[in-house]
Write a protein that binds this ligand. Structure first.
Ligand code: SF4
Ligand code: SF4
Length: 382
């Protein structure tokens, strides 16, 4: 295992031609990115049934499967746990995924995003037993689950299933390492204790770690003007011994080039750099208004279909640029084009689904207050 082999191409945020439509993947640009990635000796692609509303798998088929020999690349896909209603659904989704990708086996297969409500669905559909059979039959070479929750739930799942699994895909980054709700460090150590490899998702926490307030950007610039902020965050993850893959979602060519450079010239994070990132993590915690990673799971859960991450993104950006009024206009536009934030009924359905353990209705109230003084989404709620 070399550090270079840890660089995984995350296909959840591919380049699109219309930012309002996730299905409009820019196939030409993606093909070009894939060619550079493969030419430089990288080979791991991570997708799911849900990414880009199913089009991520199709784009990988076109860019990778139809253009490269099967043995030259690895593909990881994930069962849509939230959509499981019966044991038969396992087969139905897996066959659909194989067809979309144009392959007849997965190198890695995960049950997607185990949390409290979806663990229940996976158990009812016997999905852990199903993926074990996939491995026995050669349909999946390695199996596991992806996970954003805390160490208590992880221990519970590992107690029951670790002996049939190979990998856990964890949210892990320097900001979440000691975060009391995400507990990256504790979760990483638990996987090691149970003998499972760790694959990392969200090394940049959905962009929270790179879209920094100017004061923190300056700290990075002063610490090392030659290294990008993203490269420090990626090296934090890839330097960990039990981490075998670190996914990077790349929607721009320059992100790919920067990441290739990080892995081609990989340096394990030293003590001074680790201490610097620890300091930046505590500074960042005080500066980020909402630590939303824009994973989108809350939207699937919200009966009102409120575009929650878009509101949180606007709020964070507006807080970082208090002198600009433009975000108020964006806020109004978002409400007109999609669903207004004030349609939150405080039903709390989203709470168990939030990968970052954000009190979403409470935070939406703050967003509304920020942009629209005097409004409360709690009005009329029980
Ligand atoms: S609490 Fe608000 S945001 Fe959350 S699911 Fe209910 S309506 Fe949607
Ligand atoms: S609010 Fe939570 S679930 Fe929704 S996009 Fe942000 S991090 Fe993900």
């Amino acid at each position: 295992m070399t550090y270079k082999s840890k660089f995984g191409f995350g296909c959840m945020r591919l380049p699109v031609t219309d930012t309002n439509d996730p299905t409009t993947i820019d196939q030409d640009l993606f093909n070009e990115m894939v060619d550079i990635y493969m030419e430089k000796g990288f080979n791991y692609f991570d997708t799911s049934y849900a990414y880009h509303n199913g089009m991520s798998e199709v784009a990988i088929r076109k860019a990778v499967v139809e253009r490269y020999p099967r043995e030259s690349f690895l593909i990881c896909d994930k069962m849509p746990t939230w959509a499981l209603t019966s044991e038969e659904d396992n087969d139905k989704f897996v066959n659909e995924m194989l067809e979309r990708l144009g392959i007849n086996y997965f190198d890695v297969f995960f049950i997607h995003n185990i949390n409290v409500p979806w663990l229940k669905l996976a158990k009812e559909a016997k999905s852990f037993e199903y993926i074990k059979k996939m491995k026995d039959n050669g349909i999946a070479k390695k199996i596991g689950f992806s996970f954003h929750d805390n160490s208590k739930l992880l221990k519970e799942v590992l107690e029951e299933y670790a002996d049939i699994l190979d990998v856990v895909q964890l949210e892990l980054n320097y900001l979440d390492w000691e975060d009391p709700s995400i507990e990256s460090r504790k979760c990483y150590e638990l996987c090691a204790e149970y003998g499972l490899d760790v694959y990392v998702m969200e090394p940049l926490k959905g962009g929270v770690i790179v879209n920094l307030p100017d004061s923190i950007k300056n700290d990075f610039e002063e610490f090392n003007p030659d290294k990008s902020i993203a490269s420090m965050a990626i090296r934090f993850c890839a330097s960990l011994e039990n981490v075998k893959v670190v996914l990077s979602g790349m929607s721009k060519m320059e992100d790919l080039i920067d990441n290739c450079d990080t892995y081609e010239n990989f340096e394990v994070l030293n003590t001074e750099e680790n201490e610097f990132l620890e300091r930046m993590a505590s500074k960042l915690r005080q500066n980020v208004a909402v630590p939303c990673s824009e994973c989108g799971y809350c939207i699937k859960a919200c009966p009102e279909m409120i575009p929650i991450p878009e509101y949180f993104n606007l709020y964070n950006t507006s807080k970082n640029q208090p002198q600009s009024n433009i975000y108020r206009l964006y806020y109004d536009k978002l409400g007109e084009e999609k669903v207004p934030a004030d349609e939150c009924t405080y039903c709390e359905t989203c709470l168990d689904h939030c990968t970052q353990k954000i009190d979403i209705p409470d935070m939406l109230e703050k967003v509304c207050e920020h942009f629209e003084e005097g409004f409360s989404p709690y009005a009329g709620a029980p």
